[in-house]
Design a binder for this molecule. Structure first.
Ligand code: UDP
Ligand code: MG
Length: 312
């Protein structure tokens, strides 16, 4: 793809009417003195508030702003995917609109890119703004996926990153529908650099990631990058079949050697329920992967664009 600006800033936005003007102001304040050509792509992920009017208004003031709107809320992963497709920079930075990712770090990211990194990962030095619960579960998740996944996903690195044109084009080649972006970034490889930073709290509005949505994202990450759950099913099956065989042999021997009458209704019912439970569990895991195949095979687009205005 031909590039026409040096830097694209990709901003997924979903109901950010309060944070947006503050964010845009800070961003421009950081980029303008750099004397580079740039575009800011706001991707409105189906906001229901005043987000659109605010962006269009900003676009009248700042010709560098491009705007696109999805036909409904498709999620941040879809918005970032669209950002990669639309961006025209030699490098692109993905940044949240709520100022949790400080725009002041952009010069340092550009420097790391100029020093040869194709992906610059921004690592949260502390997660002070997160609850203890979120910190622990996030850390457990990264440990787990590091052990069972096909690629190592760096700890505490979110979507705030810089990508070179090489990495952007690589991302654009990945056609999958279940887009666990943090995994895909690790999967593409290339020289990567890491910069630590302190993540602020949100300036305004609320987080769009309630706990259950995070669990869903974690499960999506695990199933997209590991077939370990399927292997667990196999192992559970083997262990329970082996255990049953030993248990059965014991009873057969006991009946042959002693003349005790057959007892054990509780054992029977427990065994039946146990095996039944394992079977349902394993079928469930199988089902999860079949559902993934189903989603992929339908080949639906990852998002639908309702309107697009390029930068001027
Ligand atoms: N976002 C989005 N689509 C969604 C949810 C969030 O585009 O369905 C955007 C949101 O507007 C923000 C960024 O993604 O710019 C990060 O979202 P949020 O701050 O809610 O996540 P958190 O920082 O709590 O992880
Ligand atoms: Mg946030």
């Amino acid at each position: 793809m031909t590039t026409s600006v040096l830097l694209s800033i990709i901003v997924p936005v979903y109901n950010e009417e309060i944070a947006l003007p503050l964010f845009n102001e800070q961003l421009i304040k950081v980029i303008n003195p750099l004397n580079i050509t740039y575009e800011i792509i706001y991707i409105n992920d189906g906001s229901a508030d005043n987000t659109e009017a605010i962006i269009l208004n900003l676009r009248n003031q700042y010709p560098e702003i491009a705007y696109t709107k999805f036909s409904r809320n498709f999620g941040k992963e879809a918005a970032m995917t669209a950002g990669f497709k639309l961006c025209r920079g030699e490098a692109a930075i993905i940044i949240d609109a709520d100022l949790q990712d400080p725009p002041t770090l952009i010069p340092a990211m550009l420097k790391a890119w100029r020093n040869g990194a194709d992906i610059v990962n921004m690592k949260r030095a502390s997660r002070e703004s997160d609850t203890y619960w979120k910190k622990t579960t996030a850390s457990l998740f990264y440990d787990l996926i590091g052990k069972i996944g096909e690629v190592a996903i760096p700890h505490n690195v979110g979507d705030f990153r810089l990508f070179s044109r090489l990495a952007i084009d690589a991302m654009n080649q990945l056609p999958e529908r279940s887009r666990f972006m943090k995994g895909l970034y690790a999967w593409v490889g290339y020289p990567q650099a890491t910069i630590e930073y302190v993540r602020n709290g949100r300036v305004a509005g609320y987080s769009k990631w309630p706990f259950l949505k995070l669990v869903r994202l974690a499960w999506q990450g695990i199933t997209a990058f590991s077939t370990m759950p399927l292997k667990i099913a196999t192992w559970l099956g083997l262990i329970s079949a082996g255990g049953t065989f030993i248990y059965a042999s014991y009873f057969i021997l006991k009946t042959l050697v002693t003349d005790e009458t057959v007892q054990g209704f509780p054992t029977l019912i427990i065994t039946i329920l146990f095996i039944g439970g394992i079977q349902l569990f394993c079928i469930g895991i199988l089902g999860e992967y079949i559902a993934l195949i189903y989603t992929e095979i339908k080949q639906r687009p990852i998002y639908l664009i309702e309107k697009y205005f390029s930068s001027k």
